[in-house]
Design a protein around this ligand. Structure first.
Ligand code: 26Q
Length: 749
């Protein structure tokens, strides 16, 4: 279909009396037809991205942008008296929790944009990540019925459905194909579970609670369900094309495992090859080794998946038998490499009663990669130290990235146009050109300041509508938006705000430029301490915002239901991005990159990709504080006493005591006392202040105040912000995907 045909259809669209949702579905279908008409022949060699999560967000604006018809659609609709922004009523497809899921979506966007054949496989959850409301300061979870707006961006492929067998049930896996538009049209294939009510449960919810036996079983079923459907289909396609020979399987198919969640795909492939096609066991292992690669996204011990051997034996007896056989093979291989018994048990895929998904991924994976330089170093020296000793050639780094199409062109049209005007529009198709901005920074600072002010105004307007809090236009914006986790240390930011608040009240902080702290975060429904932190931040916000002395000086906002669409507004309107995780614990972070690209300075620790951000944009243009990894290691081994700090630092004591001295009500839940105890006496097998909040707090407050002081020369501060935008090309997921493609997948354009 020609572009003009799409435009004509759009012009001819009868909009009278139609609801926004009707129009959304009709326009999306037109665009879908137009986009699909540009699809090429399937590639010979493909890479497949297996992921439990794809946090896509809103597709409407992004797809029109990718198809090159966004501006024209905006104009045609305007002529019909429709503001294209009405489609913001359509909510996000939130089939992911956070970083890992959003990364998967950015990767698909970049691969299509570059013309690389990367296809996605995942689950079509009926309900995505819960919607969050804040009621009386507490997080309340509501179901996310995203399909109620219709789902015009996917196509059900009835004729390609398959069955997935468990010992106790057989499930139909029906594919829904979501096209990904770009230079190529790639496909994200999401499987929906069908059959009886039990079968349907498998694709009902994204991550059901995993802290109950029932939740665990369901999660295991989800993981196997989509992995088996994907692998089964790939083998079947291969047989159709090449007959029953598999020595060339890995020549055509590369499978990337997005963390350990799809790792059972390895066992499934070996199972199909040996059982259905009589491939020798050792040959099948070899094929798997050439086919699979594994990306690790977290070093947090509680997130490293192990499956109970009994559970696997119960619902997947063939997989159990296969894994046990694979374990014998692994032991033989490791003995040949002269590993000690201790080393063998460290790397073993099986240890009494459970299977380690990470060890299986490392044993079979052709490559194992971390997602930022520091993270990969930690994988090599720590988490997978022994494997690195015996298989050093497997280990690679692939620093994460974000798609500049959604995270700059779409969310910040104004800044994108300034870049066009300054260096030409070439950067839109070749992001490396963005660095050209470096030589024009002084010249464009004034215009940049105006744009940042406009993006803030838009953000504040949205916040007023959604949270009922009015923020004056000139305020500095500090933002911390990400999943709520103790290691990300939102609690440290809460304490820092309390200390600043006190300093403003008692006059020890002078010449403070008016500022707002914006938080956005969802907590896992069962993560009590994270939920207590949300309540605490909301209590602080209530107090500060109600204090008349603070009027015009300080505001605190916790936005409800932080999601991709909210993020698009926040990253564009922020001055300082807070990235304050305990060093060594944030694998990479990707929000940090979005803020950087939109011209925010990073106020953060030397952790994850922050390190690479300041390497590229200059430490002098960012605000780094806190203990680095070796310091944290030293504190751990030599001892760290947060209570001593509380005794000597009156400000810290003031902030922390507010948890228990009655300053803030916790709705009689005792949850603030529990936070206090975790900091001062320790809780859940952790030492006091396990995440070194109090250790880094003083440096953090200083950094925040330094930003505040520097901002008062708006031009000088704008230069720092622009340096960040100008040097952000490296964090485009186009670069990341090029690296995956050339070092791991070996794809052809
Ligand atoms: C594990 C076991 C049982 C149930 C669930 C899980 C589970 C679920 C989700 C474990 C991990 C996750 C998600 C991890 C994640 O999002 N990691 C983030 O990945 C980003 C992309 O690489 C990084 O930028 C972040 O630093 C990292 O935290």
């Amino acid at each position: 279909m020609e572009r003009t045909e799409f435009i004509n259809q759009l012009k001819g669209l009868d909009t009278d009396g139609k609801t926004t949702i009707d129009l959304y579905n009709e326009i999306s279908s037109l665009a879908m037809n137009y986009g699909l008409s540009g699809a090429k022949e399937p590639a010979d060699r493909n890479a497949y991205y297996l992921s439990m999560e794809f946090l896509i967000g809103r597709s409407f604006f992004n797809n029109l942008l990718e198809l090159g018809v966004l501006e024209e659609t905006r104009n045609i609709l305007a002529q019909k008296g429709i503001d294209i922004n009405v489609f913001e009523e359509i909510e996000d497809a939130a089939l992911g929790n956070g970083g890992l899921g959003r990364l998967a979506a950015c990767f698909l966007d970049s691969a299509a944009g570059l013309g690389l054949p990367l296809q996605g496989y995942g689950i079509r959850y009926k309900y995505g990540l819960f919607k969050q409301a804040i009621v009386n300061g507490f997080q309340v979870e509501l179901p996310d019925d995203w399909q109620r707006f219709g789902d015009p961006w996917s196509q059900r492929k009835e004729e390609e459905k398959r069955t997935v067998k468990f010992a106790d049930m057989t499930v139909t896996a029906v594919p829904y194909d979501v096209p990904v538009f770009g230079k190529r049209v790639n496909v994200l294939r999401l499987w929906q579970a069908e059959g009886n009510a039990d079968a349907e449960k498998i694709s009902e919810y994204l991550y059901p609670a995993d802290d109950t036996e029932e939740g665990k079983l369901l999660r295991l079923r989800q993981e196997y369900f989509f992995s088996a459907a994907a692998v089964g289909e790939l083998v079947e396609k291969h047989v159709k094309k090449f007959g029953k020979r598999f020595d060339n399987f890995a020549l055509y198919d590369a499978i990337q495992l997005n963390d350990t969640h799809p790792v059972l795909a390895i066992a499934e492939l070996i199972k199909i090859l040996t059982a259905d096609y009589k491939v020798r066991f050792s040959a099948a292992i070899q094929i798997a080794k050439e086919t699979f690669s594994y990306t690790n996204h977290t070093v947090m011990p509680e997130a490293l998946e192990c499956w109970s051997a009994d559970l696997i034996k119960k619902i997947l007896p063939d997989i159990y038998a296969l894994l046990m056989k694979l374990y014998s093979k692994q032991k033989k291989e490791l003995k040949k490499l002269h590993c000690t018994r201790g080393e063998i048990s460290e790397m073993a895929i099986y240890s009494p009663k459970k299977f380690s998904m990470a060890n299986l991924a490392v044993f079979i994976g052709n490559t194992v990669n971390g997602v930022a330089k520091l993270h990969t170093k930690i994988l090599k020296n720590d988490l997978f130290k022994t494997a690195y000793k015996y298989y050093p050639e497997k280990f690679q780094n692939k620093t994460n990235g974000i798609t500049q199409r959604r995270w700059l062109m779409l969310c910040n049209r104004e800044l994108s146009e300034l870049i066009d005007k300054t260096i030409g529009a070439e950067w839109r198709s070749d992001i490396s050109k963005l660095s050209g901005l470096n030589s024009h920074i002084e010249r464009v600072a004034d215009e940049f300041i105006k744009i940042k002010a406009e993006k803030k105004r838009q953000l504040f307007e949205y916040i007023e509508q959604h949270e009922g809090i009015k923020i004056p236009d000139h305020f500095i914006v500090y933002a911390q938006v990400k999943r709520l986790h103790e290691y990300k240390r939102q609690l440290m930011t809460a304490f820092a705000i309390l200390e600043i608040y006190k300093g403003l009240k008692d006059g020890t902080i002078k010449n403070f430029y008016p500022s707002v702290f914006i938080f956005g975060a969802k907590s896992a429904p069962s993560y009590k301490r994270a939920k207590a932190i949300i309540k605490f931040i909301n209590e602080i916000a209530g107090k500060v915002n109600a204090d008349e002395e603070m009027n015009g000086l300080l505001k605190v906002v916790f936005v409800q239901n932080y999601n991709v669409s909210y993020a698009e507004k926040i990253v564009a309107g922020t001055d300082a991005s807070l990235q304050v995780s305990t060093a060594g614990l944030e694998a990479s972070g990707t929000g940090n990159m979005k803020f950087m690209m939109n011209g925010a300075v990073t106020c953060g620790t030397m952790d994850g990709a922050n390190i690479e951000i300041v390497e590229l944009a200059g430490r002098e243009n960012n605000y780094i504080f806190g203990a680095e990894v070796d310091e944290i290691e030293r504190l751990k081994s030599e001892g760290y006493d947060p209570c001593a700090l509380l005794k000597t630092n009156a400000l810290h004591n003031y902030a922390v005591s507010s948890l228990i001295d009655g300053t803030f009500p916790d709705g009689d839940t005792g949850c603030f006392k529990e936070l206090y105890d975790a900091l001062t006496v320790g809780a859940s097998w952790h030492k006091p202040d396990h995440y070194f909040v109090l250790h880094d707090l003083e440096g953090f407050v200083k950094a925040l105040l330094k930003i505040n002081a520097d901002y008062q020369d708006r031009t000088v501060f704008a230069l720092k912000q622009l340096k960040n935008t100008a040097n952000s090309a490296y964090f485009s997921s186009d670069r990341t995907i090029e690296e995956y493609s050339s070092c791991i997948w070996k794809l052809k354009k």
